[in-house]
Design a protein around this ligand. Structure first.
Ligand code: NAD
Length: 352
């Protein structure tokens, strides 16, 4: 029965197809790959399918959900952990939404540390200098990570992985979470503090909370002014957590010493695509790219072999569970935004 289900796969890239085709040998779904985003214009393309598989820059708003529903789509299977691009209120009682809550927190945490290390020791610039026969080290002065303070905002799966890495470097860790983990707080060298204290005391601040109404533009002119002069700000979470104009202001004033950005407020137009033969019309992104102490990567934190394999496996398993009428462990709860297992853990009433 499941063999005949058709999945319309938005924003597909060659690496997605390779990994999903391999994983699908076990499931036998009919996967229709489409390289465009899910938008108001493309939503109806899925009309002969049962499931839509979407990624971080697909727009799953009320309008598009209505089109999908009318087209007969029964399930939206996100192949991401974040779901800020889904209007859950509009999906509620219309279309079920599942996600991949964890595929490799290590992948993202390791990428966050790679951004920190690159910005600190300037290896991105050294690479070009030595290839050009320039062996000067002027301008590359960094600092020891040992003994520095890392502020981790959001101590979920990824935040905790980064903390483990930082402790390996001999760093001190300050943490802030809306829902602090009391067991984790017992860990040596990790201290939960207020947001204000984290801003004030951290040499490096790394963002690992989800994008929500509360965290939208959390990093703004006011919060940046509360930070240590020369602070490194690292964002591998979601672009809209940082108000980019304020970050640019902070960089120009040297209040911000460096920024490592795997995500960007308006990334959907550019990230994952090749614009190397064109002009960048987004002046804010273009300005960011002029700073030697800003490193922008194109939402590649998740991009490891292990993570891709887990994403494909969990996404297809979610779809199979749905059609076999099984309990959907990875369905997103409309009320609290948690997945089903967390809902159970928090003993919250489930909404579906
Ligand atoms: P998680 O759910 O395990 O952890 C998120 C943590 O943030 C939780 O501990 C939660 O209590 C906390 N939190 C929620 N609201 C908060 C608030 N207002 N202030 C402070 N903390 C708050 O999620 P995760 O797997 O660690 O992922 C974190 C984020 O990373 C995701 O939401 C996603 O946006 C992003 N992500 C990025 C990539 C990438 O490729 N760059 C890949 C996966 C996930």
């Amino acid at each position: 029965m499941t063999q005949k289900r058709r999945i319309f796969f938005y924003d597909s890239k060659p690496y997605d197809q390779r990994v999903f085709d391999a994983a699908n040998q076990k499931y036998g779904f009919d996967i229709q790959y489409f390289d465009g985003h899910l938008t108001a214009k493309t939503a109806s393309l899925s009309k002969d399918s049962h499931v839509v598989c979407a990624f971080v820059n697909d727009s799953i708003d009320k309008h598009n959900i209505n089109i999908l529903k009318k087209s007969g789509i029964e399930l939206i299977a996100l192949r991401s952990a974040g779901y800020n691009n889904v209007d859950l209120k509009a999906a509620y009682k219309n279309i079920h939404v599942v996600r991949v809550p964890a595929y490799s927190p290590h992948a993202v945490a390791e990428h966050a540390m790679a951004l920190i290390m690159t910005l600190n020791r300037k290896t991105h610039r050294a690479y070009y200098r030595t290839r050009d026969g320039n062996f000067s080290i002027n301008g590359f002065l960094g600092f020891d990570m040992y003994g520095k303070t890392l502020g981790v905002l959001g101590t979920g799966k990824i935040g905790k992985c980064l903390i483990d890495i930082a402790l390996g470097f001999g760093m001190k860790v300050l943490a802030y979470d809306k829902y602090p983990d009391s067991v984790y707080a017992e860990k040596d060298n990790v201290q939960y503090v207020s947001l204000e204290k984290l801003y004030e005391k951290s040499d490096i601040i790394s963002l690992h909370c989800p994008l929500s109404k509360e965290t939208y533009h959390l990093i703004n002119k006011k919060s940046i002014a509360q930070m240590k002069k020369g602070v490194f700000i690292i964002n591998t979470s979601r672009g809209k957590i940082i108000e980019t104009e304020s970050l640019i202001h902070g960089l120009k004033e040297k209040q911000v010493g460096a920024a490592g950005l795997d995500v960007y407020e308006e990334e959907s137009q550019y990230f994952f695509e090749d614009f190397s033969s064109e002009m960048i019309s987004d002046d804010t992104l273009a300005r960011l790219l002029t700073f030697p102490n800003v490193l922008v990567t194109s939402h590649q934190g998740f991009f490891t072999r292990e993570a891709l394999k887990n994403i494909a496996q969990t996404t297809l398993q979610n779809i199979q569970d749905f059609y076999q009428g099984k309990y959907l462990e990875n369905e997103i709860c409309y009320h609290c935004g948690a997945d089903a297992s967390e809902c159970k853990k928090n003993q919250k009433k489930r909404c579906f």
